[in-house]
Design a protein around this ligand. Structure first.
Ligand SMILES: Nc1ncnc2c1ncn2[C@@H]1O[C@H](COP(=O)(O)OP(=O)(O)OP(=O)(O)O)[C@@H](O)[C@H]1O
Ligand SMILES: [Mg+2]
Length: 399
């Protein structure tokens, strides 16, 4: 007997979807980065929460490997504050994953200036060796790191690698902590820029929230030229339909969706990948239990309590009042300015005490720190969570 068909949808951070829809352009762009003779441009994947940065980054890995590249990297989400020492260890640990099987004759190692007191005639380029090389190199953190990466790249190249990708997810966590005199981000940028100039084929691929690129430019102005930003947004109508239908296109699948149901799901999700997975999972479960149409109200309620409520709960009463004003802007799901909010402030039907523009700016800064709002490079604001505007309108009884 064939295995029972399971609900294929996967709402969850970093969980690969059953079908990765509509990201062909981005994959093509990634392959273009690999074609560079001398690496001059590195890639940033940015977008709101749940737009599919992590799963797209994961999908690049087999593409790079099939093209003869090596791949290493990590998820930096746990690293709320990275020190310089941490970033060095991080890079060396990641690098060692692809170099540890390379054996280097001790003589060769001595020639580049290293002393090793062990008995063995050859050394593996594992973490211990890389760290030893790092520690024996004189100079600043960035000089030491450059030297080790260049050395490792030399051996990788000799072993036939076309290049090496360093992929970092949630890279916005690297932001410099100037107060503690720690500049991990600046070190990373400086090291890669300098090695790329020396024609080492090391490519950086970073993903992060929209604050990432402005932070990089703030750390090193040349970042503007060093990176190409690819913004992940909502899926097109066609891609959304693929994301919904492809996973259930199987003779054994007990659920069939009518075109009307598919349209309802597309509208409800706004084309945002996380919401598509979330809604489809609910719809699938409802359908196998006898439902024939999308239980819209139930799904909205569940989305509100599972996804939005926790974010809303983090706001204070006065912040909620400000968010209420934002939610009533026509452009609240896109970009808005302090002036847009001021123009609504004081409107009696909204029942909110007026805000001055300086107060609004100040509160938006606080909301940015809690991850509800972000500001782009041109000083415009947006809600950091997709569809949050619609949720707030429901929450405050506006629709
Ligand atoms: N192109 C796609 N087609 C279908 N589903 C997708 C697609 N991209 C992402 N998803 C689904 O959307 C959800 C969110 O994806 P992912 O975790 O990669 O987003 P993210 O941008 O990294 O979010 P965060 O900012 O929270 O880290 C996952 O459930 C994933 O399976
Ligand atoms: Mg992610």
């Amino acid at each position: 007997m064939s295995k029972q068909f399971q609900n294929p949808f996967r709402p969850g951070a970093g969980h690969p979807p059953p079908y990765l829809a509509g990201r062909e352009e981005e994959k093509k762009k990634f392959l273009k980065f690999l074609e560079q003779d001398v690496i001059m441009e590195n890639m940033i994947l940015t977008g709101l929460r749940g737009t599919g940065k992590t799963v797209l980054l994961d999908s690049f890995k087999p593409l790079a490997i099939a093209d003869g590249w090596k791949w290493c990297g990590t998820d930096l989400s746990e690293s709320a504050s990275i020190s310089e020492d941490n970033i060095v260890k991080r890079l060396l640990a990641d690098l060692s994953v692809v170099t540890s099987s390379i054996a280097v004759g001790k003589e060769e190692f001595r020639r580049v200036g290293f002393v090793d007191n062990t008995e063995s005639v050859e050394l593996k380029l594992n973490y211990g060796t890389l760290l030893q090389a790092y520690e024996q190199t004189p100079g600043l953190v960035s000089d030491k790191l450059k030297f080790v990466l260049e050395l490792a790249w030399g051996f990788l190249k000799e072993s036939g690698a076309k290049g090496l990708v360093f992929a970092y997810d949630e890279a916005q966590n690297l932001s410099d902590q100037a107060l503690k005199e720690q500049f991990p981000l600046s070190i990373l940028l400086e090291v890669f820029q300098s090695l790329q100039k020396k024609e080492c084929r090391l490519l950086l691929v970073l993903t992060g929230l929209p604050t990432l690129f402005p932070d990089l430019v703030k750390a090193r102005t040349y970042s503007e030229r060093m990176f190409h930003v690819v913004v992940l947004g909502r899926l097109s109508g066609e891609a959304s339909r693929d994301a919904i239908l492809k996973p259930i296109e199987d003779a054994n699948c007990p659920v069939q969706l009518t075109p009307e149901s598919v349209t309802t799901i597309v509208d409800l999700s706004g084309g945002y990948p996380y919401f598509i997975q979330f809604i489809c999972r609910e719809v699938y479960d409802a359908f196998i239990q006898g439902s024939h149409s999308v239980p819209t109200d139930e799904i909205i309620r569940k989305l509100d309590s599972d996804f939005f409520a926790a974010r809303w709960a983090r706001a204070t009463d006065r912040q909620r009042e400000l968010l209420t004003l934002i939610a009533s802007l026509d452009n609240c799901d896109e970009e808005f300015t302090v002036r847009d909010i001021v123009s609504l402030s004081g409107r009696e039907d909204l029942g909110v005490k007026p805000f001055s523009s300086s107060h609004i700016s100040q509160m938006l800064s606080t909301l940015m720190r809690t991850g509800l709002v972000y500001r782009n490079r041109w000083g415009k604001y947006a809600l950091a969570v997709p569809l949050m505007g619609r949720f707030m309108r429901r929450e405050t009884g506006m629709n």
